[in-house]
Design a protein around this ligand. Structure first.
Ligand SMILES: C[S@@+](CC[C@H](N)C(=O)[O-])C[C@H]1O[C@@H](n2cnc3c(N)ncnc32)[C@H](O)[C@@H]1O
Length: 273
């Protein structure tokens, strides 16, 4: 199996993040824990926060409420469009502390110096190892000395990865998005069916997700096939990339807030030298 070649086939990452689907599934337990962890780390005096891969503002907006100033960067115009719509509804005092830019963090020079950089919800798994190292160097340059980089990776169980590495036919995942999403003709129910492929050697994980959008009459209004490739970095690889860039590891913890991290996945607090 060569997942590198496979990923050249569309559909691919460019259309993966659908802001409506993203926000509709934002209530899962992992997401809620993730937002809570970042807010907790930033408790205290107001800071200048750079939110890399800010998406629809799921973390940025709570951080504004906590008194921080937030600049978001995201590669997806669709996700930023949702953020812009949410920003219109903000109280002027909060809106004044929010800005964003469209682009890849790997391409765009970051001109300001921030107190804290957040890269939330499995963001770093978008990168291969070289890109991860570049990202760490860019993050280091964007932070003031003593500033912090907060990031996380979702935990993927050995059983899940083994199932993904097994040949076809393989188990399917399925779920419905409670509440659905808003469509032009009203609310659409969303049913998702997916499967994963994993190459343990290269640590590339490919997730395929087929979405069926059902209208209020029970008819299928639309169908989407979305695919994302993520690199399942080990914690050792992540921390090594951070240390090479000049970060000290302040905290590396399991996703259960006080938990000990395993081989892969957890929350990471890195301090810029
Ligand atoms: C899993 S979502 C997380 C969004 C947000 N951090 C949150 O927790 O709600 C990942 C986001 O990263 C963005 N992204 C992926 N690669 C990127 C890159 N190279 N530069 C900037 N944003 C990127 C995607 O468009 C998407 O909005």
């Amino acid at each position: 199996m060569n997942l590198r070649d496979m990923t050249l086939d569309p559909p691919w990452l460019a259309n993966f993040y659908d802001p409506a689907l993203f926000d509709a599934s934002a209530g899962d337990a992992d997401s809620a824990n993730t937002i809570a962890w970042y807010r907790e780390q930033l408790r205290g005096p107001a800071r200048q926060v750079l939110d890399i891969g800010c998406g629809t503002g799921r973390l940025a907006l709570p951080l504004l409420e906590d008194g921080h100033r937030v600049h978001g960067v995201d590669i997806s115009e669709a996700m930023l469009g949702y953020l812009a719509a949410k920003a219109e509804g903000l109280a002027p005092e909060l809106r004044a502390r929010l800005s964003w830019a469209h682009g890849s963090v790997l391409d765009e020079p970051l001109r300001s110096t921030f107190d804290t950089l957040v890269a939330a919800d499995d963001f770093v798994t978008h990168f291969d190892l070289d890109q991860l190292r570049r990202f760490m160097a860019i993050a280091h340059a964007a932070l003031r000395p003593g500033g912090q980089l907060l990031t996380d990776m979702r935990e993927r169980s050995a059983a899940r990865l083994a199932a993904a590495a097994a040949p076809f036919p393989k188990p399917l995942q399925s779920h419905g998005l409670a509440g659905g999403i808003a469509g032009e003709q009203g609310q659409l129910h969303v049913a998702m069916m997916g499967w994963e492929e994993y190459d343990p050697e290269s640590r590339w994980l490919v997730s395929h997700q087929l979405y069926s959008f059902i209208d209020i009459h029970g008819h299928e209004a639309r169908r989407d096939w979305k695919t994302i490739r993520q690199r399942n970095h080990s914690n050792a690889e992540l921390l090594d990339a951070a240390q090479r860039a000049g970060f000290a590891v302040e905290c590396s913890c399991g996703r259960e807030l006080a938990g000990v991290p395993g081989e892969q996945g957890g929350f990471f607090q890195l301090i810029r030298s």
